[in-house]
Design a protein. Structure first.
Length: 454
């Protein structure tokens, strides 16, 4: 009984709080809330009351490497995979297309893919609202659910799920699911009634959990993600601060009478020696010098080493200096090679769709939703399955190199022009390809005007 496990689930949630908070921080940074984390880091380093801190905060460079890296990694749904029914009928295929469209499936799976790369976990929950008659693919926030596994034969199989549902009357509220039960309770373990009377009407946990770890149900956090994301712009802020103060010299005077002297380009200061003293008045300057080039090299080196440690091949570094350090780091991310990683992701998410997501929707949820008033009364054939095929993930190459390679294949007769254009322009329709070939052939045709021929 799930009710008997409420106390243990609440204790597990409390124990997981550091990990959940870490995931919440990554989520906030990925959403764009990086500034406050850098401010806190600078305050801890320079002192919140120091003038250096106040200057440094004004010179924080707006570069969110985490957001750019996750965007670069999460591209397997940019070109949607093909999905087809086997062991079914054309009616099954029509229903499948209905769900792909109404669930905004590829768009939502792209969100799940981002969470997977951001926190190593994602949870996909298809839902139907009988009041609005709309279906939706809900992607739970990575810091608002916790899986449990009580299968003695497979420690990586989720047998229960706990989800955070916000606060009500200053009390945290939770749902918990098993294959047979669904309960609602608060932070103190008090249970609340549910419409289904505690029964899970789907006969299975109503969602699919995808994780990066092959050995753990709940993966360990990549504890380098948050510190490195904060460190890079913090070091750039330090560099900006050092650069700022390197532009100003400190003036000093020795044995100068205390007089009101104006600091201006055309000012003349008359410094008189004291006749009763052998000391001579002197004015000098101190010019602070920061080794900016060395600091830039340190930042870039640490950043590229971090990417390499994560199995990501960084792009070309090039000549990075104080004027282009931010754009240079952005270029490294833009040109980094994520080919192998995306191949693995396509395999993971393709398997998740075929073996879990579509069977859940087609054979567990759809019959219940039809009974609840879904706009169609058609059911999927019991034997129907979905085959998912992701496009071949391409290694990072410049367009010029790809054009050269495809041109060689066309010339050698290994590839048609149509196929070459399709590979060069993924997602282009057959009609657009034919139109482009017509335009190419038309522009290559030479028309000879014979009207003036003698």
């Amino acid at each position: 009984m799930l009710a008997d496990k409420i106390d243990s689930m609440l204790k597990a949630w409390d124990s997981a709080t550091p990990s959940l908070s870490y995931k919440a921080d990554l989520f906030c940074i990925h959403e764009g809330e990086l500034f406050s984390y850098i401010v806190k880091e600078l305050a801890d380093t320079l002192g919140a009351d120091s003038k250096s801190f106040k200057f440094a905060v004004q010179r924080i460079p707006p570069i969110n490497v985490l957001k750019k890296i996750i965007s670069k990694l999460s591209q397997i749904y940019n070109i949607p995979p093909s999905r087809s029914i086997i062991d079914g009928t054309t009616s099954d295929q029509d229903l499948l297309q209905y769900y792909i469209k109404e669930l905004k499936f590829d768009s939502q799976m792209d969100v799940a893919n981002e969470f997977y790369n951001l926190t190593k976990v994602c949870f996909i929950m298809p839902v139907f609202n009988p009041l609005t008659m709309m279906v939706n693919l809900k992607i739970l926030l990575p810091h608002q659910f916790l899986p449990f596994g009580n299968d003695p034969n497979d420690r990586t199989r989720m047998t229960e799920l706990m989800t955070y549902q916000g606060t009500y009357d200053n009390r945290k509220m939770f749902y918990a699911y098993s294959a047979d039960e669904f309960i609602h309770f608060d932070q103190d373990g008090k249970q609340y009634p549910t419409e289904s009377g505690g029964v899970n009407i789907f006969g299975t946990i109503p969602g699919v959990y995808v994780r990066k770890s092959r050995t753990l149900l709940y993966p360990k956090d990549d504890t380098d993600m948050k510190p490195m994301t904060i460190l890079i712009p913090t070091m750039l802020a330090d560099l900006n601060l050092a650069s700022m103060f390197s532009c100003f010299s400190i003036m000093y005077g020795i044995d100068i009478a205390d007089e009101d002297r104006k600091y201006a380009p055309n000012a003349f200061w008359n410094l008189k020696s004291d006749a009763d003293s052998d000391k001579k008045p002197m004015i000098g300057t101190i010019k602070p010098e920061a080794d900016i080039d060395a600091t830039i090299n340190l930042i870039v080196s640490e950043f590229t080493m971090w990417l390499n440690a994560k199995g990501i091949k960084p792009g070309s570094v090039g000549d990075i200096n104080v004027d282009n350090v931010s754009s240079g780091i952005s270029k490294i991310i833009d040109e980094m090679d994520t080919f192998e990683d995306q191949q693995k992701q396509a395999m993971v998410f393709g398997q998740a769709e075929m073996s879990e997501i579509w069977p859940l929707i087609m054979h567990k949820m759809h019959p219940v939703w039809v009974a609840q008033g879904l706009q169609t009364n058609k059911l999927f054939t019991p034997t129907a399955e979905v085959v998912v095929e992701f496009p071949q993930q391409e290694a990072l190459k410049s367009r010029a190199i790809r054009v050269q390679e495809l041109s060689a294949e066309v010339t050698a007769g290994f590839l048609s022009r149509e196929s070459a254009i399709e590979k060069l322009n993924p997602g282009m329709s057959d009609e657009d390809i034919a139109k482009m070939i017509g335009q190419i052939d038309g522009s290559a045709t030479v028309t000879v005007d014979t009207s003036m021929a003698q």
